[in-house]
Design a protein around this ligand. Structure first.
Ligand SMILES: [Zn+2]
Length: 98
């Protein structure tokens, strides 16, 4: 990385990933601090684990169902709503996440 924060992707990688000047690249930080780049115009994927199937959109986030449930469980705990999903509650309401 240079002192302006720019990163050069090796030509071989650009070719392999079909990246061309002007391609939109997205920088994503996963839970736990792991991060990665992806094409912004690529298939939508879960912002936490990168899964590309069984996705739900919550606000501006795209999550897979598994992470969405985890996210809601954490949120419920934070709000003091107790263990949502611990008894399978959330599983029975999957449709609501759509
Ligand atoms: Zn996920």
């Amino acid at each position: 990385m240079d002192n302006k924060g720019r990163v050069t992707l090796p030509a071989q990688l650009r070719q392999q990933l079909d990246l061309y000047p002007g391609a939109e690249i997205e920088f994503l930080v996963k839970e736990g601090g792991e991060w990665y780049l992806r094409r912004a115009d690529s298939q939508p994927s879960c912002r936490y684990c990168g899964l590309q199937v069984d996705l739900v959109t919550i606000g501006r986030d795209t999550l897979c169902r598994r992470c969405a449930e985890k996210y809601y469980r954490a949120l419920a705990q934070k709000l003091g709503l107790g263990e949502v999903g611990a008894s399978g509650n959330l599983n029975n309401k999957k449709g609501k996440l759509r």
